[in-house]
Design a protein around this ligand. Structure first.
Ligand SMILES: [Zn+2]
Length: 121
């Protein structure tokens, strides 16, 4: 069991005091997901993420937050986190963000060859 007030990052599984992480909350009784930056904490199902490029990239690519919260994460949250990261450390946030957005675009717009054959025949 984790020590009191310690949480685990959904990406790297690092255990640390919860104040070191970003807290992402699926609001109690709903499917709305918010980035919780207030005290007292917003009640609901929470997931924690290190404020670092590696964990943010991992979470985004492998849908770690979605899995932890069992609901989609609003796409508007990702740019906010990258922005926050850029504010904390411009160098760290720059590279993975560019790579990742390219990645997602490729995945979204490359037609699946098998389904294309089906449409043409
Ligand atoms: Zn982490």
């Amino acid at each position: 069991m984790a020590p009191k007030d310690h949480r685990r990052c959904v990406s790297c599984r690092r255990l640390a005091p919860r104040t070191e992480f970003w807290r992402v909350v699926r609001l109690a009784g709903g499917r709305e997901v918010v980035w919780d930056r207030q005290e007292p904490r917003t009640p609901g199902r929470a997931a924690y993420l290190c404020p670092c490029a590696a964990c943010l990239t991992e979470a985004q690519k492998k849908r770690r937050l979605e899995r932890a919260l069992k609901t989609p994460v609003p796409p508007t949250l990702w740019p906010q986190w990258w922005e926050q990261l850029a504010a904390l450390c411009p160098q760290a946030a720059k590279e993975p963000s560019a790579v990742l957005s390219l990645d997602l675009e490729t995945v979204a717009f490359t037609p699946d060859p098998s389904s294309r054959t089906e449409v043409e025949s």
